[in-house]
Design a protein around this ligand. Structure first.
Ligand SMILES: Nc1ncnc2c1ncn2[C@@H]1O[C@H](COP(=O)(O)OP(=O)(O)OP(=O)(O)O)[C@@H](O)[C@H]1O
Ligand SMILES: [Mg+2]
Length: 269
């Protein structure tokens, strides 16, 4: 990996995630080599690196999918409800649970070596846009795609159309709302995927090269600004959702060895 860039703007809070000495090997070949960093609540963090540097592997490890790391730990720091299992961003500690009104308490959840129950709860509240995969219902209209995502996440039906329209507005797709999804351009599809992921109100969004199909203007301003300003209706987390786009500033070259991070651009304060 060449670079890891921490966020511009936005308030920053306590750490939500610690990546501690993570390495990944396939058949004796090291793809990630002793990677460590933290992500704070409210941060945007970009991972930059050449093709094959290990960006997708790292994101999958953070999301908890596919293979476990060969060594190291990935620990989420969250505010959790022991009564109903709701998990929220760490700043929610001490507040009442939006689901059952019990108090949220701090928990460190080791994603790959911890309790299965809490691992499932974390994965339920994180979301991922996969590289070059448009997970859409191609025969359905754009708005129907977003409505399905809202329905899947249990959003109240009586306000779902307004919420779907709002999410599409945030990714600047109001004018495509009634189009059939398969007829959209690649970049438009990507933005519907983003709206669908936002519908789930994730506490962390992983985006693997989300802007690969977008022109620079759209890529840098619209969907990602839209994500950060999207208010989470559930427990007020929306403005502080960490976002990990894997291609911000992509195309820069770096000299770091394959699989290693050269840290760069820590928050300005
Ligand atoms: N399941 C696997 N088995 C063996 N090698 C793998 C496996 N998955 C990934 N790799 C290797 O790990 C390396 C990093 O892959 P990764 O997909 O993370 O790269 P990347 O940085 O996302 O690249 P790109 O920018 O092209 O998407 C590659 O050399 C890839 O071939
Ligand atoms: Mg990749």
């Amino acid at each position: 990996m060449d670079k890891i860039q921490h966020s511009e703007g936005g308030s920053k809070g306590p750490a939500i995630l610690t990546v501690d000495c993570v390495s990944m090997e396939f058949d004796g070949s090291k793809v990630l080599d002793d990677v460590s960093f933290r992500i704070l609540e409210g941060e945007i963090l970009g991972i930059i690196g050449r093709s094959g540097a290990g960006k997708t592997i790292l994101m999958h490890l953070l999301r908890g999918i596919e293979h476990p790391p060969s060594s190291g730990r990935i620990v989420y720091h969250l505010a959790c409800c022991d009564s109903c299992g709701h998990v929220a961003l760490p700043g929610g500690e001490g507040r009442s649970c939006p689901v059952c009104q019990k108090m949220l308490i701090h928990r460190d959840i080791d994603l790959w070596n911890g309790d299965e129950f809490w691992r499932d709860r974390v994965m339920h509240r994180t979301a991922m846009m996969f590289q070059r995969t448009f997970a859409l219902y191609g025969n359905d209209r754009v708005i129907e795609n977003v409505l399905k995502a809202l329905d899947d996440s249990g959003y109240p039906q009586d306000n779902a159309i307004n919420r779907a329209a709002d999410l599409l507005d945030r990714v600047r797709l109001t004018h495509r709302m009634m189009h059939i999804a398969r007829d959209l351009s690649g970049g438009e599809k990507q933005r519907v995927v983003l709206a669908r992921q936002q519908a789930r109100e994730p506490i962390m969004l992983f985006a693997d090269e989300p802007t690969g199909t977008l022109d620079p203007n759209t890529a840098h301003v619209r969907p990602f600004h839209a994500h950060r300003s999207s208010a989470g209706a559930g427990d007020g987390d929306g403005d502080h959702v960490p976002l990990l786009p894997c291609d911000r500033g992509g195309g820069r070259s770096g000299t770091a060895a394959r699989g290693r991070f050269a840290r760069h651009g820590w928050p300005a304060g």
